[in-house]
Design a protein around this ligand. Sequence first.
Ligand SMILES: Nc1nc2c(ncn2[C@@H]2O[C@H](COP(=O)(O)OP(=O)(O)OP(=O)(O)O)[C@@H](O)[C@H]2O)c(=O)[nH]1
Ligand SMILES: [Mg+2]
Length: 442
Amino acid sequence: MIEVAVIGLSESGKTVYLTSLINHLLRKDLNGVIRNISLDSEPSADSGPGLWGSLFSEKASAVQFPYEEYLERFLGADSLWPKRTKDVSEYVLKVVYKKDDSGGLKEFKIKLFDYPGELFADFPMLDQTYAEWSSTIMRVLRGKQNTDWEAIYMKNADKNINELGKLYFDEVHRLEKAGYNYIQPSKYFGVSDFKEINEDELFFPVPVTSDNKRDEAVCELERRFERYKLNTVVPNFELLRGCSYQIILFDVLTALTTSISHYNDVSYTVEKILEQFDYTAGYGILNALLSIFYEPQKPIKKILFLATKADMVKKNDRGKMVVLLKKLVETALKKIKLKAGSVNRSFSAEVDCVSAMRCTKDVETGGEEELAIMVNGKLEKIKNSISVPDDWPANEKEFEELKSKNKMLSLSPNIEVRRHDYVFPDINLDKPFLKLIEEEFK
Ligand SMILES: Nc1nc2c(ncn2[C@@H]2O[C@H](COP(=O)(O)OP(=O)(O)OP(=O)(O)O)[C@@H](O)[C@H]2O)c(=O)[nH]1
Ligand SMILES: [Mg+2]
């Protein structure tokens, strides 16, 4: 079984990517590689070499990725994007492969995982004690998110922990609305009513000192923090540790068109998430501890970083999205490679861009590349698409300048034929995926 995790912050495009990937694997002639794409038919020994996707009927062991539901949403009269993901889910595809004319048929399964994006922000908690987490998160809130939680806490120190919990929840909610990703605990993300939070999940950072360490309230907060880690964070992390391949998606364009603090938040969150994976498999302390109770981590063979929503920019700008993404992940990637190299483990990563649901068309007028959308059967040029710079803006002023000139487009899914065997239009969806798992075909 090849296990592939699709990772990325909220709204980075994971669910759209997976829906489209499954749609392609089931149906499309992938650059001449995938040939027979019928749900029921099997390739026979006389067919030419190639790769076949077909729906695997075995039920997923966890929540099933609701592919058919997303397909219905896309193909329905209104063509809707998927709803925000709330549960981790998986989808298993059976793939039959014939290497060359002399060989027989090989069969393997691909298991794809979809996650709610906010969940990744919890992972850095795993190797922190409550006191460490408290001081780190307060520093992040103060520095990156401009929120002095410590001051709010001090001002309200006479309140009980549930009242203080409500204040922390409100702060987190405000930050989430402002577009921040580094939200811990992620359980608070997307919850607008405080009543939905159990008392058990109610904890917040406090300045832990040697004086208050034995404080009853601090001890209770510490207990809640540890329980949350054990019951929520560890099981989610466990699923990911079983995946040998990772596809990590980034919405570079949103990071470009919001603010410097949003950009800092994205790059910090990404670095922290990547730090949690032991790319050397089995050498980290956390990994060693988890391996006592769970399966040991499989070595991560390859990572594919993808800048999503490439259809929102002109053809010439797509290469620049890849350059920006390379710069965003550079530091984290260097660290991973160093770590893997220190134990002689080879490890590779690719960076590319994709549009899993291409909503625009490339048109050329007078030698100029332009973008257009179909409106009532007619092509209409888009005047104000984002123009991608050669580098990330260097400071707040440059981010603001860029933001004033560029707005994210609001596009509907582009469905031209409302049929179940319709293959979604895309940019660069298949090739990077097949390249990611190519070792499995050897
Ligand atoms: N134009 C365009 N928009 C896209 C594409 N992929 C995703 N989007 C947009 O991005 C939004 C978020 O996509 P999702 O796939 O739901 O994002 P996600 O990463 O699953 O988000 P969570 O479930 O909250 O973690 C969609 O509703 C679309 O508006 C694409 O290929 N092209
Ligand atoms: Mg999703």
